[in-house]
Write a protein of this length. Structure first.
Length: 163
């Protein structure tokens, strides 16, 4: 069985993430969306809320037969891949800057465990969307609903009203 891992903080899970998940799922028998806490980013949604929003989105999109979420709680991504029998990691590339950021990690993952990385170019209509920009715009009162699946939009609204 061909298993791929799509790792990220997904805070929140955007339409860009959904597009990557849909396309990656078409390349494999199984896709695991590995949701992690990134200590270098100021998060808004807790891990459970992110996973729930992703699961609801996958259900609405009819992707639950081949895509699932798992929490990536510390440790190396390559260890997570080994544990789950994954052959490769999937990463979305919006710009040359993303590629420059991803390249050394890709090389290290291959060096450590022979885990390859599949890069998917983000669809041009979604390339301006990032979780951090969505959070920033939403915090300042902007409408980000067209950048998020419904479950993520709902989770983000709720998080912002309870802060």
């Amino acid at each position: 069985m061909r298993t791929l891992v799509l790792p990220g903080s997904f805070d929140p899970f955007t339409r860009g993430h959904l597009d990557l998940a849909r396309r990656a799922a078409a390349l494999a028998d199984q896709l695991i969306i590995a949701v992690s806490h990134n200590p270098n980013k100021q998060g808004l949604l807790d891990l459970e809320t992110r996973c729930t929003a992703i699961d609801r989105t996958l259900e609405q999109e009819g992707l639950t037969d081949r895509v699932r979420t798992e929490v990536l709680s510390g440790g190396l991504l390559v260890d997570f891949c080994r544990e789950h029998g994954a052959q490769a990691v999937v990463r979305g590339i919006r710009t040359q800057v993303d590629l420059s950021y991803e390249e050394p990690m890709t090389r290290m993952n291959h060096h450590l465990a022979g885990i390859d990385t599949v890069f998917l170019l983000t669809h041009s209509t979604l390339s301006h969307i990032s979780s951090s920009l969505v959070r920033e715009v939403a915090k300042l009162g902007g409408d980000v609903s067209d950048m998020l699946p419904a479950a993520s939009a709902s989770a983000l609204r709720e998080a912002l009203t309870t802060r």
